[in-house]
Design a protein around this ligand. Structure first.
Ligand SMILES: *Cc1c(COP(=O)(O)O)cnc(C)c1O
Length: 310
């Protein structure tokens, strides 16, 4: 079966200008990089991060991919769908053993519908496994249960994933001194790639969606050292727009997102994308960037479907 015919992405993803009164009033241009439209089942940064990994897995003769995620993980759904397109079987290790016997939420149900086998771990065991993921003993234990598999960490972030994300800036013509490319940060792979892919002068701004996640700065630095053998000084992470923590959407953020949706007719995913845009608007308002600054906000994924169990 020809993978390409079933896995055709919309690339380069569209670039869309945003005409809004007050970023414009401050001499700032804003545009959206619509990565949410790349693929209906493997959208946004997930397509960019997963494709190089699955290609490598197949090339190295793997038949199974194993990864990790929470109850509503975008990453788990994407791995399930992309793995199926590549003819790989998939295993999703889910955080929270209480979920094992509960009715499946829409997100886990979708992952299963794409053939993903789910395994549930209690939070302590889950954390311990992830922390020791590179230890030979952990790998042996995983392989004893699941056989030989390509192991992707939580969120799918590794050097290959960051290299996939590094292809994004090449889709933005004439980037230079006046440009800031902004994205949400969950595990840091997308930001690391974007920063590494930027031409000289342009900068990357990541918006942490997790509260107090200073380790993300180290993670981005580590990915640069591992993947590019150097560090980059062209990026930073904002730690002030997580909205109270991962998955939290305070009323103020929701109101901002709803107003943006009304003005522009673009539905915003709330856990990541809305926080990144919230940060952009807040910085334009409070920090008054130099006139002429052009901000490209990467829309890293589509909104969740409307469901009753969300
Ligand atoms: C997974 C995800 C992110 C986080 O990307 P990282 O590479 O983990 O930082 C951002 N936005 C959306 C919509 C996502 O699904």
């Amino acid at each position: 079966m020809d993978i390409a015919t079933r896995y055709q992405p919309w690339l380069p993803s569209p670039l869309q200008d945003v005409h809004d009164e007050w970023p414009a009033g401050r001499g700032v241009e804003l545009r959206l990089k619509r990565d949410d439209l790349i693929h209906p089942l493997v959208p946004g940064n997930k397509w960019r991060k997963l494709t190089p990994n699955l290609r490598a897995a197949v090339e190295q003769g793997h038949t199974r991919v194993l990864t990790f995620g929470g109850a509503y993980s975008n990453h788990l759904r994407a791995v399930a769908a992309a793995g199926a397109a590549y003819g790989l079987s998939t295993v999703g290790v889910v955080r929270g053993d209480e979920l094992a016997d509960a009715p499946r939420n829409w997100s886990l149900a979708r992952a299963e519908a794409h053939g993903m086998e789910l395994a549930f771990l209690d939070r302590t065991g889950y954390r311990a496994t992830l922390r020791a993921l590179d230890d030979p003993a952990t790998r042996r234990a995983l392989e004893e249960r699941w056989g030989r598999c390509w192991v992707l960490p939580e969120g799918g972030t590794n050097v290959l994933a960051a290299r996939g994300a590094a292809e994004l800036p090449a889709e933005l013509p004439d980037l230079g001194e006046r440009d800031v490319v902004c994205c949400a940060v969950g595990t840091g792979g997308t930001l690391a790639g974007i920063a590494a892919g930027l031409p000289d002068g342009a900068r990357a701004l990541g918006v942490a969606v997790v509260r107090g996640a200073r380790y993300l700065d180290d993670e981005v630095t580590r990915l640069h050292e591992q993947g590019w053998g150097r560090s980059f000084g062209n990026w930073r992470i904002d730690h002030d727009h997580h909205g109270g923590g991962y998955g939290r959407v305070p009323a103020e953020l929701d109101a901002f997102a709803a107003a943006f949706e009304d003005r522009h007719g673009i539905a915003l995913e709330r856990r990541y994308v809305a926080k990144a845009l919230w940060c952009v608007y807040d910085l334009v308002e409070r920090r008054a960037p130099e006139p002429g600054t052009r901000i490209t906000a990467v829309i890293t994924g589509p909104p969740d479907p409307v469901t009753s169990d969300g």
